[in-house]
Design a protein around this ligand. Sequence first.
Ligand code: GLY
Length: 403
Amino acid sequence: MIGLALTSALCCALALACGSAAAQAPETTAAMIARDIRVAETQYGQLLERLRRQPGFPRSLAKGEIVTVGPLDWTSGFFPGTLWYLYEATGQARWRSAATRYTADTAPAKFDKSQHDLGFMLGSGYGNGLRLTGDPSYRDAMLAGATTLLTRFDPKVGSIQSWDLWPGSGWAYPVIIDNMMNLELLMWAARASGEARYREVAIAHADTTLQHHFRPDGSSFHLVDYDPRTGAVRARVTVQGKADASAWARGQAWGLYGFTMMYRETGKDAYLHQAQKIAAFYMRHPRLPADKVPYWDFDDPAIPAAPRDAAAAAIASAALLELARHSDATLAPGYRVFAEQTLRSLSSPAYLAAPGTNGGFLLMHATGHKPAGTEIDVPLNYADYYFLEALLRLRASLPAAAP
Ligand code: GLY
């Protein structure tokens, strides 16, 4: 039902836009990006105001209330990261000062050995802060986090363990496709410190993922469980997808982003080819809706009455804009056009919150963990983060004089 309602909403929005097309020229890409950034400023200004009465990092919205989390939640870095992107987009000191404050609050993550998500938690806040300000204390925090992350690597498996063993899970060494995203922190640490061990672990993890996580059609399993005594695969299953054999949309987006990033960092052709294979699977999927915002899982039998995942769409857009930079002329234009079409959908009233609504978040209609019955068809902080990242990448790709 959510899927149908969303399709109707987007059709109405497009019909309105078409109805006035004779009188009004279509919005240029630069104008769309500028409008999105204005909306983001309004929304995040309101979100910051609401947070004066509520500690923590905003993650989502439930029953009209902002859900906040602590610094050790895997999403903690996305709020400061979005504030950094707003600073980058506007140059305004108020975003820098808010970003600085919330980045500092993620500090406990750098010593957290209990999870693999340190790349998300530290890279989004500290990483962007370092890039935009050069603050040396941010470099120290990132290096500390990267060193912590190494403790979860087992050379026998050749992977970083994603999750600790939940009681009753039956797993021995679970690794999820999302984990590719944390390798950016390690690749940065190798460059910043001059120590090869960070890079070696990142490449070993990517190679192991390449070998065991993918199906012949380019889609990926969510979780591969390894035997830590031998490195052999014990099982390929899902936790956040519809079924073990299904294609969970955000997992495909994480893989696309992760292998594109690892190609940028290493120049290894195998990573570029894998990213292009994932892109082909995702972009040509027969159940990808016309607006290019995927259902939460490409194989949910409830499609088209299944929820969308605007977060997957935002992550894939950011990834494709980068993949276009590394691909030849036979592929690059298609990636750029697809990413821009997706961002136009996300910038429409079907997904972009009207100012003053959506609890202060930017995008509507993301899905966090459908099998657990949580965060279904809601705003999510990482949807906003990757949406802004993709918009800034798109802006950077425009000719300087674009109107
Ligand atoms: N674990 C990251 C995600 O839900 O996509």
